[in-house]
Ligand binder design. Structure first.
Ligand code: CMC
Length: 424
């Protein structure tokens, strides 16, 4: 028998049986017996905002799959570009379709000269690269007017290619500007991630060859960050996309959501926290302060994962490989001690707070030489493929415009009082 629940309105005695479909119940069914009564769910803690076939996540068991493929297998065997294809097309590419995908992305890595010369160069000298990045992604919509044809498959495909391809170029350009270095053009003889590293670090050499261990480690981090179902930035992408704005504007909103320290800014916050702790001896005192309500343990806790974040496990392994090349990040010992203490402390255990993806990723980025301000930008580069997959899914489903209701708790109607008759 199909699963269902029955609700009874005790005010009227009316009842309604509602089927449970894919683990959820339709709120519009409830509305039939409860017109004018709204579901109160700040932060969408108990709300499924859509049906999605992209990413599966089980926070209790620590499972993450893209289109059914376990994240561990993708991180081990795939590349970011292949994963981006998978997220957007639903299937792994054949050799032929991957070659076409790679070629298209590679040939769209350049940005219009005016994006850099007139737009990026206009920022204040000490602008935060993520702030520049958010604005630059939004500005792209003014360069590609065809982006407004969101229901034209050819135009949609073109914008998707452009966005994925140009993210590393914009990211590196924002970094180079913020440190006063000249812009480096893409080198299309390099793979996606090595090309990004070249644009970041190249100085006078004719060709920048990234260390293959570091390039692979960054590619793994890109795979791990490519999607995470209905997180804050993806929700922003969907909400803005539901008004049928162009994908650059929607992606800029998603980038803005990612900027915050509770989301993509957390890896930057982790390094600041570890630096502030300073030494292993200070760790117990820091944990005590957190438990007393003075701040949070950055890189710990997750809305969905209530066990070890599977991405954090993979990152921890990757960190060891990176440190063999770069030398150990001196903050690693503090991080390990913090993890050890927190994982055996009743406060963290009872709240099921485990290290998340950001706890170790910042240590890798720092060891590779990325400045702290670039950390959220590094998160945004691959996450755009996830955002775009959700954006396409939303458009294909002909989803309604996002427009929640509220429970009004302000004053009742009252008459306007002229200023001279108001008290002090
Ligand atoms: N340190 C200390 N206490 C914490 C932490 C933490 N990092 N996270 C949650 N808590 C406590 C919180 O104080 C609350 O305790 P109590 O029940 O006594 O009031 C309880 O745990 C539940 O917390 P919450 O704020 O209701 O949980 P949430 O699901 O709304 O927040 C979170 C999830 C990720 C925003 C939060 O855990 C956090 O702020 N973590 C630190 C920032 C961070 O690492 N963010 C990266 C998330 S993973 C990457 C991404 O997806 O962007």
């Amino acid at each position: 028998m199909a699963e269902s629940i029955t609700i009874i309105d005790n005010r009227t005695g009316n009842s309604l049986e509602i089927p449970v479909v894919n683990g959820g119940i339709s709120a519009s069914e409830w509305q039939k017996v409860l017109p004018g009564i709204w579901f109160f769910d700040p932060g969408f803690v108990s709300t499924a905002s859509c049906e999605s076939a992209i990413t599966y996540l089980d926070g209790e068991k620590g499972i993450l799959r893209y289109r059914g493929y376990p994240i561990e297998q993708l991180a081990e065997q795939s590349t970011y570009l292949e994963v981006a294809y998978l997220l957007l097309h639903g299937e792994l590419p054949t050799a032929e379709s991957f070659e076409e995908w790679r070629r298209e992305i590679t040939y769209h890595t350049f940005i219009h000269e005016n994006v850099r010369k007139r737009f990026l160069d206009g920022f204040h000298y000490d602008a935060h690269p993520m702030g520049m990045f958010v604005s630059a992604v939004a500005a792209l919509s003014t360069f590609y007017l065809d982006a407004k044809d969101i229901f034209d498959p050819e135009s949609r495909h073109k914008q998707i290619i452009r966005l994925i391809a140009k993210m590393p170029t914009l990211a590196a350009a924002a970094h180079r500007f913020s440190v006063g270095m000249p812009f480096v053009y893409p080198d299309n003889s390099l793979d996606f991630t090595s090309n990004f590293l070249s644009m970041m670090w190249k100085i006078a050499e004719p060709r920048f060859d990234a260390n293959p261990v570091l390039a692979r480690a960054l590619d793994i981090l890109f795979i791990l960050h490519a999607d995470h179902e209905q997180n804050c930035s993806t929700t922003a992408m969907r909400v803005v996309g539901s008004s049928h704005s162009d994908p650059y504007s929607a992606a800029a909103a998603a980038c803005a959501a990612l900027y915050g320290p509770r989301h993509g800014g957390a890896n930057e916050a982790v390094i600041r926290m570890l630096t502030q702790i300073g030494s292993i001896d200070e760790v117990p005192g820091f944990v005590k302060a957190v438990k007393e309500g003075h701040g949070r343990l950055q890189g710990f806790g997750h809305r969905v994962y209530k066990s070890y974040d599977p991405r954090a496990k993979i990152i921890k392994r990757t960190a060891d490989e990176v440190f063999e090349v770069t030398g150990k990040n001196p903050l690693l010992d503090i991080a390990l001690k913090l993890e050890e203490i927190a994982l055996s402390d009743e406060y963290f255990v009872s709240r099921r707070l485990y290290p998340n993806v950001d706890f170790y990723s910042g240590l890798i980025y720092q060891a590779m030489g990325f400045p702290l301000e670039m950390f959220p930008v590094l998160f945004a580069i691959p996450r755009v493929s996830g955002w775009l997959a959700h954006w396409e899914e939303l458009l294909d489903e002909e989803a309604k415009i996002a427009r929640p209701r509220q429970l009004y708790i302000g004053p009742d109607e009252r008459d306007y009082v002229p200023m001279e008759r108001r008290g002090s």
